[in-house]
Every structure is written in structure tokens, then in C-alpha cells.
Design a protein around this ligand. Sequence first.
Ligand SMILES: NC(=O)c1ccc[n+]([C@@H]2O[C@H](COP(=O)([O-])OP(=O)(O)OC[C@H]3O[C@@H](n4cnc5c(N)ncnc54)[C@H](O)[C@@H]3O)[C@@H](O)[C@H]2O)c1
Length: 439
Amino acid sequence: MRNQDNVQIAPAQGKLGVLVPGMGAVTTTFIAGLEAIKRGLGKPVGSLTQLGTIRLGKRTEGRSPRIQDFVPLAQLEDLEIGCWDIFEDNAYEAAVKAGVLEMGLLEQVKQPMAGIQPMTAVFDQKFVKNLNGPNLKPRGSNMEHAEMVMDDIRQFQARTGVSRMAMIWCGSTEVFHQPAAVHATLKDFECGLQKSDPEISPSQIYAYAALKMGVPYANGAPHLTTDMPALLELARERNVPVCGKDYKSGQTFMKTLIAPGLKSRLLGLNGWFSTNILGNRDGEVLDDPGSFRSKEVSKSSALEFILQKDLYPDLYEHFYHKVRIEYYPPRGDAKEGWDNIDIFGWLGYPMQIKVNFLCRDSILAAPLMLDLVLFLDLAQRAGMRGVQEWLSFYFKAPMHAPEVYPEHDIFIQLMKLKNTLRWMRGEDLITHLGLEYYD
Ligand SMILES: NC(=O)c1ccc[n+]([C@@H]2O[C@H](COP(=O)([O-])OP(=O)(O)OC[C@H]3O[C@@H](n4cnc5c(N)ncnc54)[C@H](O)[C@@H]3O)[C@@H](O)[C@H]2O)c1
């Protein structure tokens, strides 16, 4: 521990295991990216941990180290990947099918990717209606499945020699579920696992296995996993950090850029219509109304919380917000999102903003996955447990303490993240007051 540090951070010694349920478009783009970056075939564009800097002290001090030089993070060379999927394809084959990256690049990283074979999955089609696959664990109770996942984790650790691990859900979006009685306490949940309670989803079984083994957990999808009392109790009991939900990568990222700007100028909003066409497997899964409902809820909340209609009724009390996702196979991963924003200004005069974002879903999500794994591991080594609200920056529906509303404004989220890093290292928090320059 350095003299001024607020927390003791264990060094990032040894290898870090990255455990991923779901080896589809995002995961394979992440893995191929790691291999490409290690070989100098590409840059980690979009990753705060790899390219970001952090200003320290006063603006006159000229101190802006790279984040990775300021806090001890695992190195890309030290990451070992282990995945589960319901399909048997190895990571190379899955990447080819996902069709995100060009074959020229994939061929150059084929060898390490072909070596990543998915472990058999815990799966229940009730939770992901539009999918089915052969690479499944044998029949068993939910508790037996959780124990099988724990065995997988132990074997992965023995095989790779990793000293630490973090799990990040990159599997399909499960159907919308509210917390039920079985999610109330850890005791209820463990009892539910024994009885295979129908309210317990596969993602909750993976998360239970991870937390039980002291492995941090992040949820890249919008469904209910650790955001319930039982698994939060387990996270606290085992001193494990958790975060989620739903990578903030494309349209919601744009929304949380634009909405704080409109509010900062006190411009009103009559309506915001967002629609997407998406043709990858994620799009196919979201074509089911249950899975779409999880996404719709997660995508809808950002505007409400950013615009605070209770504080600004003249501007935001009646705005109409609609979010659609259309499955359209020809587009594959190259999603196209349209936003029509009906705003009003001085004396109520109407104006419109149109956004047409021709993005690539997995290209935007892969760096978020990398940052989350590295920061969760940092949090774990710093002894931080439970919900990591400082990682809200990465999520559409950030987990938060029950007594506060979630912070969606991306600029506040980034300041919160960087101030947390400053706090860890005992540096002054940046308030942007700056009066001292004018004394
Ligand atoms: N790409 C983005 O920008 C983005 C943004 C926010 C959230 N997400 C979410 O991230 C997740 C992954 O996205 P993707 O584009 O890679 O989807 P994908 O469909 O390509 O991959 C998901 C994979 O998970 C597997 N899977 C499903 N259930 C499983 C289970 N129980 N155990 C193990 N594997 C399982 C599927 O077989 C599939 O290979 C989705 O839930 C998506 O909604 C993606």
C-alpha cells in the first residue's frame, strides 16, 4: 500500500481467468481482439483501461497518467479465457459464424481461438425461447447444475493456472422476470436450487456458482441475475464485487450522450422514437417478446432518470418514449439504429433531431467487456464488495443501492468512475471548481 492510498490493492500477480457464459458475437469479437492486439494487428479502440488517461491534481500540474499506469490492472498477456455455450463450435468457428470480423484477420488468430472449446452449458429454453443447442450439461437439479459449473471453474483453474478469475455474462438475453419469493434471501435461493424452483434462471445458476467461489460477476445482458437480495447477500458474504446490467454500447449510448445535453440547455422533449434493425443471433433471440421485454425495460429507463420530469415538469412531464428492435437477418451484426427526437425550445417552438447510427454491435461491446473484467478484478483486489456503482458507465440499466436512483448521465458516470480510481489511490477528487486559478 502506498502512503496515501485509501484502500489496499493487492498486486495483479499471475494470470486472470475470464469466465464467460455465452460464446457468441460479442465474446468472439472480444477474444479475437485480444489476440489481434497482442500481435500488433489492431488497437484496443473504445477501451478506457487500454487507451484512457486520468487527470490528477490541478490543471497546472500536467499530471495525466494512463489509467493502466495509475492503478494495477491485469495485462492482456495475462488473460485466460474460458467459455460455456449451448453450441459446440470452438471460438474460431463461432467467430466465423458470427460474421463480425473479416476472415483475413480471423485467419491470423485462428490457432489460439480454435483452442477455446466451450464447456457444456446450463440452459433452459423457457428462458431463451428462440434458441436450442446440443452442448448441454446432463439433466440434474438446479443445485447439481450449479455444482457442475463450480467443477468447470475448478478444472479451468487447474488447467490454466490462473490466480484470479472474473465471470461476465455474454450469453443470450433471458426473458423478463421480476424477483420472486425464491430470490428474497440466500437461504430461500439455495432451497430453490435444491428444488429446481422454476423462477431460477440459468444465468442465476452461473452467478451463484461464481459468487460461491469468490469470483466477481458482471451481467452484460438486461435480465435479472445478481440484482436480487439473495445473490447480493452471497456477494457480501463472500466479499465479491458485482455489476450490471446490459452493455451500454449503441443506441442507449447515444441517448445518454444527447439527453444530458438537451437537459443542460433546458430544452424540452415531446417524444423520442428509437428503432433498430439487427440481424445477428442476438436479434433473433430478441425477436421473442419475453426476451425483448427485458431489453425494452433496460433501454427505456435511461431517459426517465436523466430528464427528471419531477424537477422539470414544463420540459419533460409528457414526453413519449418508444423503443423498437426489429430482427432483420440481412444486416447481421451491422445494426442500424434510428432516433427521431421531437424537442422544443424558447416559447415552445418545436424542432427535430434525427440520428442514424450505422454501428457494429460487437465492435462497440467488446472493449466494454474488456474494461469490465479488468475493473472487476481491480475491485476484487481492492477488497470492494457488492454492487460496484462506479461501473455504471458501462451499462444501460446500472445496478444501484435501493435508496438512490441509478445514474445514467454518461458524463457523471465517467466522473464517478475516475473519482473512484482517484479515491483508491488517495488522490484529490476532481470537483472542477477551479476558483484557485483566479485568486
Ligand atoms: N452487442 C452489443 O452491443 C450488446 C449490447 C448490450 C447487451 N448485449 C447482450 O450481450 C449478450 C451477447 O450478445 P451477442 O451479440 O454476443 O449475442 P449472441 O447471440 O451472438 O451470443 C450469445 C451466445 O450465448 C449462448 N447462450 C445462450 N444461453 C446460454 C446459456 N444458458 N449458457 C451458455 N451459453 C448460452 C448462445 O448460444 C450464443 O452463442 C446478449 O444478451 C445481448 O443482448 C449485447
